[in-house]
Design a protein around this ligand. Structure first.
Ligand code: ADP
Ligand code: MG
Length: 356
């Protein structure tokens, strides 16, 4: 198997942290692991087994790879010198954000005929795009925050008063395609809003503005292709007066607490959250795994905030922790994900859609 990590997105470092944990947990009696690192400038490298002990940059420690699509026994060849990385029967891309989680990397793996962990191209891309995802969720009768979407060509016509007239105040401003709260801002007045819009457009040509949902922030781990398994529900508790921004996700020990499982949810609320998580997973064409992030309001309404198709696997990440709590240790979880990937790979290979 190939563990693919890094990438050119702002979530490069998060991916490295996730990959280090996954690498340590892969059952070695079942899988021979090859490390494929993508540098911050997007180049692909083969890395030695001791990469995670070395603390160096991918491009400094790896051997640059060229990719050969099609029916080949040598999909990864070294750019310099002889040889390459062996062909693998499955890949685990633990790459977050644009170019890693949005279907583009998944498309490359399809061309290389390598089955991979996580949703296929379509699920990956629609879940990544918050505007498209919300339209599909709404169509599946799931609640999402009311919002507005603006493209780069409408930038100059964005009218703050019209926005708060429709959505109230404060609002959340986000790039349509990003993750880890990069470019996400809460705005309470025009000055903050203008700044937030300007910032969000640095990351995408399309942004969304949403009403602020007041409620508990809850997450569910979903796993499966034909049959879905769900974990219990985890909760993000904001200790400091902020939202779940990049700093509180990864850089502060005190800003947010994870409660696994969430406390004080009655059976009805639990059942509702789990049903919404499964329906959202299906609505966005997910397979393999995804983490479904929701809000639960005081009135008992469940909103889907977003779906992460390659959620964090760091030591403090919710997805593996939810499964550990459910009795599935990290190594078994990785094994199950790889099996699901190979199962889908075999299913795709059985289709008559290509002349192979
Ligand atoms: N509409 C909203 N109402 C309340 N809080 C929100 C809303 N949208 C986002 N947030 C807060 O911002 C965080 C990041 O937003 P999110 O949409 O999950 O972006 P990302 O994909 O970067 O994680 C959420 O975890 C939540 O704390
Ligand atoms: Mg999020």
């Amino acid at each position: 198997m190939a563990l693919i990590f890094g990438g050119a997105s702002p979530e490069h470092e998060i991916s490295l942290r996730s990959a280090k944990n996954i690498y340590a947990a892969i059952p070695r009696e079942k899988y021979e692991v090859h490390l494929l690192g993508i540098s911050q400038d997007g180049n692909w490298y083969h890395l030695e087994d001791d990469f995670f002990e070395k603390n160096g940059l991918i491009q400094d420690l790896g051997k640059a790879l060229a990719i050969v699509p099609g029916q080949t026994d040598r999909p990864f060849v070294f750019l310099e010198g002889e040889g390459g990385m062996p062909k693998v029967d499955v890949a685990f891309p633990i790459t977050h954000g644009p170019m890693g989680e949005d279907g583009s990397l998944q498309g490359i793996l399809n061309h290389l005929r390598i089955p991979f962990v996580g949703p296929d191209v379509l699920g990956s891309s629609v879940a990544m795009d918050k505007d498209v995802a919300k339209r599909l969720l709404r169509e599946a009768d799931l609640k999402v925050a009311e919002g507005m979407c603006f493209h780069y060509y409408e930038k100059d016509a964005i009218d703050y008063l019209a926005v708060i007239n429709q959505l109230g105040s404060p609002v959340f401003v986000k790039p349509a395609n990003m993750g880890s709260s990069v470019g996400v801002k809460k705005a309470e007045n025009k000055a903050e809003f203008d700044l937030a819009v300007k910032d969000a457009f640095k990351y995408d040509h399309k942004i969304i503005v949403e009403e602020a949902i007041i409620g508990r922030e809850l997450e569910c781990a979903v796993l499966g292709n034909a049959v879905l398994a769900t974990s219990s529900i985890g909760e993000i508790n904001m200790v400091e007066d902020t939202f779940y921004d990049f700093e509180s996700k990864y850089e502060s020990d005190t800003a947010a607490d994870l409660n696994i499982p969430a406390k004080n949810l009655d059976d009805q609320e639990l059942a509702k959250l789990i049903l919404v998580a499964k329906n959202a997973y299906r609505a966005l064409c997910c397979e393999g795994l995804s983490r479904v992030d929701m809000f639960l309001t005081e009135e008992g309404a469940v909103y889907v905030n977003e779906i992460n198709t390659l959620p964090g696997f760091t030591s403090i990440s919710m997805y593996p922790a939810l499964w550990a709590q459910a009795g599935t240790p990290y190594g078994e979880l990785i094994d199950e994900l790889l099996q699901l990937a190979m199962e889908r790979g075999a299913r795709n290979a059985g289709l008559k859609r290509l002349r192979l």
